[in-house]
Design a protein around this ligand. Sequence first.
Ligand SMILES: Nc1ncnc2c1ncn2[C@@H]1O[C@H](COP(=O)(O)OP(=O)(O)O)[C@@H](O)[C@H]1O
Ligand SMILES: [Mg+2]
Length: 236
Amino acid sequence: MLQIDHIDVYYGKIQTLKGVSLTVNDGELVTLIGSNGAGKSTTLRTISGLLRPRHGSITYHGQRLDRLPPHDIVHLGVVHCPEGRRLFGHLTVNENLRLGAVTQTDRTAMERTRREVYDLFPILEERGKQPASTLSGGEQQMLAIGRALMAQPRLLMLDEPSLGLAPLLVESVFAIIRRIKAQGVTILLVEQNAWQALEVADRGYVMETGKIILADAAAALLSNPQVEQAYLGGTV
Ligand SMILES: Nc1ncnc2c1ncn2[C@@H]1O[C@H](COP(=O)(O)OP(=O)(O)O)[C@@H](O)[C@H]1O
Ligand SMILES: [Mg+2]
């Protein structure tokens, strides 16, 4: 479905991604883990067209993505839920959801998708008329994911959805990710929470200073001593 082939990405003169290759197959949940500053968000930003690789290519169902503007990429079904939620705090929950429906032209279809989002996150329906800024951290994360779902992704990219949440909320975010996967959405999940990410994922990639250093089945990464030592606190 998605194939990244040896991309080099720079911020000005500084090379941030060094020959990164990664694939995501239809229906898979793939996780990209690695410590802070490794280049995980940069990878997602490059897939969604916010950054351009200097070398290498990104293809999605055989079509080059790395030459398309971000809105065309969203219209192909590749939707990015960014790190830090990026909500419009002064707008209501409903308005934020509507802004996510960028790929929908027909009101009935939009309402149907919103119904699906409400079924997944009943709290968003209850809080529909409240400004997004009045939601708790966990609810804001639900809204950010809900907004991404409004664009009807085929490939959903989630950047650190559990960041900053209390343990119980982290659990519910991962439960939601499982449900979204069960609905047939392919997911590329970026996480620092390596343990939980590998628990839900089919496959994983480990990134360090702009390079993929390991790629394997999630279960194999969970029992890999190198991963255990560096990312799972050595306590598994
Ligand atoms: N807008 C930017 N301008 C310059 N450097 C950046 C920018 N964003 C990130 N970086 C740098 O690129 C590297 C990778 O960052 P990032 O992709 O955000 O890592 P991660 O998401 O894995 O924590 C870091 O060294 C970071 O400081
Ligand atoms: Mg990041």
